[in-house]
Design a protein around this ligand. Structure first.
Ligand SMILES: Cc1cc2nc3c(=O)[nH]c(=O)nc-3n(C[C@H](O)[C@H](O)[C@H](O)COP(=O)(O)OP(=O)(O)OC[C@H]3O[C@@H](n4cnc5c(N)ncnc54)[C@H](O)[C@@H]3O)c2cc1C
Length: 392
């Protein structure tokens, strides 16, 4: 088949590699440069963890991904994935229904990846956590973060080496439709690219470039901050793993010091609905004030650290928080693979094959979860922090 893939973020590059390996002729387009500065994938770090509450599908998928991340590190001779561990701690006891409790139960059933954390152990091992009262939770050693922007560059170059036609400077304008059949795309205003299958992997741009998806996708902007600590030693990866602090109710999470000496902290909350090209795509004073309050209360040694960089990164949200990787039942020849909902990057090593299965209409149990489902309405999502009223 001739396959056109629109958008060279992590979904697009991994889909291109998988489909090429299956013998298809693949063309991957993006306005560029790759990694695109506005793409969700273009970042210094994304958390990689199998801790997923009671959701064993994502847990299993993440376990597989971690094994492949290690192989990628070997294959590309680069540390794209840093296995520094991840902490999920909370202020109150873990109880049934809580994200940390349910994750711990799943872990026990699956061989015990998670170890339980208490306040004494937390302070002894991870001293930046100071005198705060995050006394309960779990630690996952086989977790960490991926250097996401670098991973996209490396994989795009790899795709090109394999024989994928990679067109930068090529912008999707609209689908080329013939009745209910999609036969490719119109790009850069009026050029036509023919394809048997068109795979849309345009992330948060999707609801804007495919307007009929607006009833089930929302692009939301989330503030991300880089702090530069005066005493970096407290934030070194071995003493300060990736963390979620009461993640399901507050949304706060962050990363250890990277090689540029910054600690990244952000909030997995409701965000603000906007287009990735919006003029509102900048951090507000309120967002900055909230993150500083959290940092002051939680990490005393970071309280006076300057913010050296801030950015709005966009999720493509679905109404239930699950990915959307599916052929369009009303448009033959079109596959939409997006809906990251802020948690898709970790799955990079396995995403390409899932998207390729959708394009080939192959059986894959996960494709039921990620199916075409316009009937799902907002509110099915379980993460409380994504609905915090004070953030809206
Ligand atoms: C703040 C933030 C934090 C996150 N944290 C994590 C995390 O810790 N762990 C995790 O697993 N995931 C995380 N994610 C989610 C992760 O970033 C996404 O799952 C992933 O990057 C989505 O990749 P994508 O390829 O779908 O979209 P993108 O990376 O946004 O790529 C879309 C591509 O489409 C291209 N495009 C747009 N318009 C057009 C057009 N008209 N024509 C052609 N191409 C076009 C763009 O240039 C871009 O290259 C986070 C996301 C955000 C925003």
């Amino acid at each position: 088949m001739n396959v056109l893939i629109v958008g060279a973020g992590i979904n697009g590059v991994t889909a291109a590699i998988a489909l090429h390996k299956r013998g298809h002729t693949v063309r991957l387009i993006d306005p560029g440069p790759i990694p695109h500065p506005g793409a969700a994938s273009t970042d210094i770090s994304k958390a990689v963890r199998s801790t997923y509450g009671s959701d064993e599908d994502y847990t299993e998928l993440a376990e597989r991904s971690v094994r492949r991340w290690r192989e990628w590190n070997e294959q590309f001779g680069l540390t794209l994935y840093h296995e520094v561990g991840m902490l999920f701690v909370r202020r109150s006891l873990m109880n049934p229904g809580d994200f940390e409790y349910e994750s711990f139960q799943v872990s026990k059933r699956r061989g015990g990846r998670l170890e339980e954390m208490d306040q004494k152990t937390l302070r002894a091992r991870f001293p930046a956590w100071g005198e705060n009262n995050f006394g309960y939770g779990v630690f996952e050693r086989e977790a960490g973060y991926a250097e996401s922007g670098t991973a996209v560059s490396v994989l795009a170059a790899h795709a090109k080496d394999l024989g994928v036609q990679l067109d930068q400077g090529c912008q999707f304008t609209r689908l080329d439709e013939n009745g209910s059949k999609v036969r490719g795309a119109i790009v850069n205003g009026n050029d036509r690219i023919e394809a048997d299958i068109t795979v849309m992997t345009a992330g948060a741009w999707t609801p804007y470039i495919l307007p009929f998806t607006r009833s089930f996708f929302r692009a939301t902007g989330h503030a991300v901050f880089h702090f530069q600590p005066a005493d970096p030693s407290l934030f070194a990866p071995e003493r300060f793993p990736v963390f979620g602090a009461d993640i399901s109710t507050t949304g706060y999470y962050g990363f250890p010091l990277n090689r540029d000496g910054v600690v990244k902290i952000a909030n997995h909350g409701p965000g603000r609905e906007m287009s990735p090209d919006s003029t509102q795509r900048h951090v507000t004073p309120q967002e900055e004030a909230r993150i500083k309050d959290f940092v002051r209360e939680t990490f005393p040694a970071l309280a006076d650290a300057p913010i050296v960089f801030a950015r709005i990164c966009l999720y493509c949200d679905t109404h239930d928080g699950h990915f959307w990787i599916a052929p369009d039942p009303d448009r033959a020849g079109l596959v939409v693979a997006t809906g990251d909902s802020g948690h898709g990057f970790k799955f990079a090593p396995v995403l390409g094959d899932i998207i390729a299965d959708a394009a080939e209409e192959k059986d894959n149990p996960l494709l039921k979860k990620f199916r075409w489902r316009p009937e799902v309405r907002p509110g099915a999502e379980k993460e409380g922090a994504r609905y915090l009223q004070e953030w809206l």
